[in-house]
Design a protein around this ligand. Structure first.
Ligand SMILES: *Cc1c(COP(=O)(O)O)cnc(C)c1O
Length: 458
């Protein structure tokens, strides 16, 4: 073994005191969110009906590189951070690769994923503004769980619209949320106008994140004292998640480690955006170079087969338009798709970076992802979330390439969470009944047909 510990931790006084905003260093900024009616950039005033004020300011800030983390949030972070940066010695040995593999593990908290990093920040600013509560959607349930923990800690009301397929298949996470005091509703529901409309058009739908977002937004804007919060995609979420990358970089710098390849799974892009933030900052400023790979499911391939276009962030088409890689808000992913990463779009920041050639993307099939998860669990001990396992799969592929070429590359990937609540998916993998669904071009055409024309920008 080399002189690098199995786990690299930072001391409390080495934890980041400010988040890093990649957009400040981007020459081509992501396009602004547009008002869907006028196609004009959304103003802070328009946004403040949906989001709380401080978060609107963060959402629109393309120029401030470092934004201080309030002391209360840092105190909360200290309950479960720093998260460990692990040298995957056992995996390297098993693969027989000369590559050095590291992963940043974000599953060491009750919510089981990185989402708590932004949940506490968003709940904090809502509380500071004197709001009563927040509404949100959740897919697999990690975000809803993280938000209910943050709201319970701060004494805020929390209403969660949970994608119906997950609500039914993942009762355990639902009960964790309720234990933390959140109200949880299966989406689409009959409680909202948009839910009733979606149910009328698609009876029997198992729901999607896009539907649930529409419902949560409607409830926020029609109830005084409530705002909507979102667990991914938005600039503010990538900003909060930069704590992952800042800790990773500080830990690596301590030992003089420089990653050659950085890999993360990409649903809406927040963990990947957070992990790469300080590294991408160096790349954008021309100080260093890194290969960055976003990994997405072949069943919901926003980057690799999507279009770079303005689109609604939700199925109900009540949210603003964002220019991103998208499959169209009308795209409803296959119900056999396990875990999260079901969103039709992608962070505008990562979309712009991908468009400008700063990151690569790869789509992987579900069964190959679970095979990698199983192999990883058996040697590294951690039972990974299916989402995280997309990154594991590609990290292993890259490490095996190094075995062929003899290159001693350093590979870093984000292990975003644990898979304890995803055992239904593991069951279908273990039983051999898991299938791979890859949409045909005709399937994708349905989603693309739902893209709104935005002639002003074409
Ligand atoms: C939500 C989630 C993801 C995907 O979301 P991003 O915003 O793309 O990071 C990945 N892994 C886990 C464990 C999650 O809970």
């Amino acid at each position: 073994m080399e002189n690098i510990p199995y786990k690299i931790y930072l001391a409390e006084n080495e934890l980041p005191t400010a988040w890093y905003n990649m957009r400040a260093d981007m020459k081509t900024k992501p396009a602004p969110l547009l008002n869907p009616g006028t196609h004009k950039p959304l103003t802070a005033e328009e946004m403040s009906g949906i989001f709380c004020e401080e978060l609107v300011a963060q959402e629109l800030d393309d120029t401030t590189a470092f934004i201080p983390i309030p002391q209360e949030i840092r105190d909360f972070y200290k309950m479960y951070r720093p998260s460990p940066l692990v040298r995957a010695y056992c995996l390297e040995k098993q693969l027989g690769t000369p590559a050095k593999i590291y992963y940043k593990f974000e599953g060491n908290n009750t919510s089981g994923s990185h989402k708590l990093n932004s949940a506490i920040a968003q709940a904090y600013y809502a509380k500071k503004q004197g709001l009563k509560g927040v509404t949100t959607e959740t897919g697999a349930g990690q975000w809803g769980t993280a938000l209910s923990m943050a709201c319970a800690y701060l004494g805020l009301d929390c209403k969660v619209y949970m994608v119906k397929v997950s609500y039914e298949q993942k009762p355990f996470r639902r009960e964790v949320m309720r234990t933390y005091g959140a109200s949880v509703t299966a989406s689409p529901s009959m409680e909202t106008e948009v839910g009733r409309k979606i149910l009328a058009e698609h009876p029997g739908t198992t729901g999607s994140l896009g539907c649930a977002i529409s419902e949560a937004v409607e409830v926020a804007v029609t109830n005084p004292g409530y705002r909507y919060v979102l667990g991914s995609v938005l600039n503010q979420v990538l900003l909060h998640q930069s704590v992952i990358g800042l800790e990773t970089k500080a830990a690596m710098d301590k030992y003089g480690i420089k990653p050659d390849i950085i890999i993360g799974c990409a649903g809406g892009g927040s963990n990947l955006g957070g992990l790469i933030a300080p590294f991408m900052g160096e790349k954008l400023r021309g100080e260093a170079d890194y290969r960055v790979i976003a990994v997405e499911p072949a069943s919901c391939p926003s980057f690799t087969r999507g279009k770079f276009a303005f689109d609604f962030c939700d199925t109900g088409k009540i949210c603003p338009l964002a220019r991103m890689y998208t499959l169209g808000s009308g795209f409803i992913p296959a119900p056999n798709h396990a875990g999260g990463l079901r969103f039709h779009g992608m962070s505008t920041t990562l979309s712009q970076l991908y468009h400008d050639g700063y990151l690569e993307a790869r789509a992987v099939e579900q069964t190959s992802v679970f095979k990698a998860a199983e192999q990883f669990a058996r040697v590294e001990g951690i039972l990974p979330a299916p989402e995280s396992s997309h990154a594991i799969k590609v990290a292993m592929d890259e490490a095996l390439k190094c075995k062929e070429t003899g290159e001693e590359k350093t590979i870093l990937f984000g292990l975003t969470g644990t898979g304890y609540f995803d055992l239904k998916a593991y069951e279908s993998y273990n039983d051999g009944t898991m299938t791979d669904y890859i949409p045909t071009d005709e399937d994708l055409a349905v989603g693309f047909a739902s893209l709104p024309p935005v002639p002003e920008y074409d």
